[in-house]
Design a protein around this ligand. Structure first.
Ligand code: PCA
Length: 215
């Protein structure tokens, strides 16, 4: 079993991106599975090319991307990716799409094929705040999640894919007073617990746990 897990380079004026800091600190093996780590650009389109090349090179069973969601309180596995790019800020190549369809021949949305409820339960059992998220936004994180699930749908059947957002790191909130943060070590604990939940998953329906949102 092999898992490809990606983190992003910094964007939006930040000096660091906690997603890559946490991903790069992961062990090389979790529950017997090989963990392949990859830093990817915060760029529409090119991020997906980089991930696709790594999928071809490594042939992973599972592809998980991790990104920074400044302002969030908890590590949040994403339920769904939508077929739209709508950049609130330009990407790292200066491109700012507005209401652009990601894949003309793709569905309006893809649900993750990861067991997000079981992942949240595992992260919480490991002592880290976690909750399911029902929107990955419309920036590069939603883009890469959609692109990975599209690639699995059209080109790499049988693989599983999904996305996890992490909060700011404590270092980042020195510049964002009153924003929540989480230490990189805690993100690593959460990600390992989430990976273990993915690996323990047998493909049966996800755990039936309360995790919805009222708004
Ligand atoms: N977060 C951004 C893109 C890269 C990242 O780490 C997002 O949530 O879209």
């Amino acid at each position: 079993m092999k898992i490809l897990i990606t983190g992003f380079e910094p964007f939006g004026g930040e000096a660091t991106n906690p997603s890559w800091q946490a991903v790069s600190a992961l062990p090389d093996s979790v529950a017997g599975a090989e963990i392949v780590k990859l830093e990817i650009p915060v760029v529409f389109g090119r991020s997906a090319d980089v991930v696709r090349a790594a999928v071809v090179e490594h042939d992973p069973d599972v592809i998980i991307s991790v990104g920074q969601a400044g302002g969030r309180l908890a590590v949040s596995p994403e339920r769904v990716a939508i077929n739209v790019d709508d950049g609130g800020i330009p990407d790292n190549d200066g491109y700012q799409p507005i209401d652009t369809t990601i894949r003309e021949d793709g569905p309006a949305a893809y649900f993750t094929s990861l067991p997000v409820k079981a992942m949240v339960t595992a992260m919480r059992k490991a002592g880290i705040p976690s909750q399911v998220s029902n929107t990955a936004g419309t920036y590069v994180c939603n883009h890469i999640m959609y692109q990975v699930l599209y690639l699995i749908d059209y080109e790499f059947p049988g693989k599983r894919g999904g996305f996890v957002h992490v909060p700011y790191s404590p270092q980042q909130v020195a510049d964002h007073p009153a924003q929540p943060s989480m230490g990189i070590d805690d993100m690593v604990i959460a990600l390992v617990a989430g990976l273990e939940a993915v690996l323990a998953d047998t493909g049966k329906p996800d755990e039936r746990a309360v995790g919805g949102a009222v708004h």
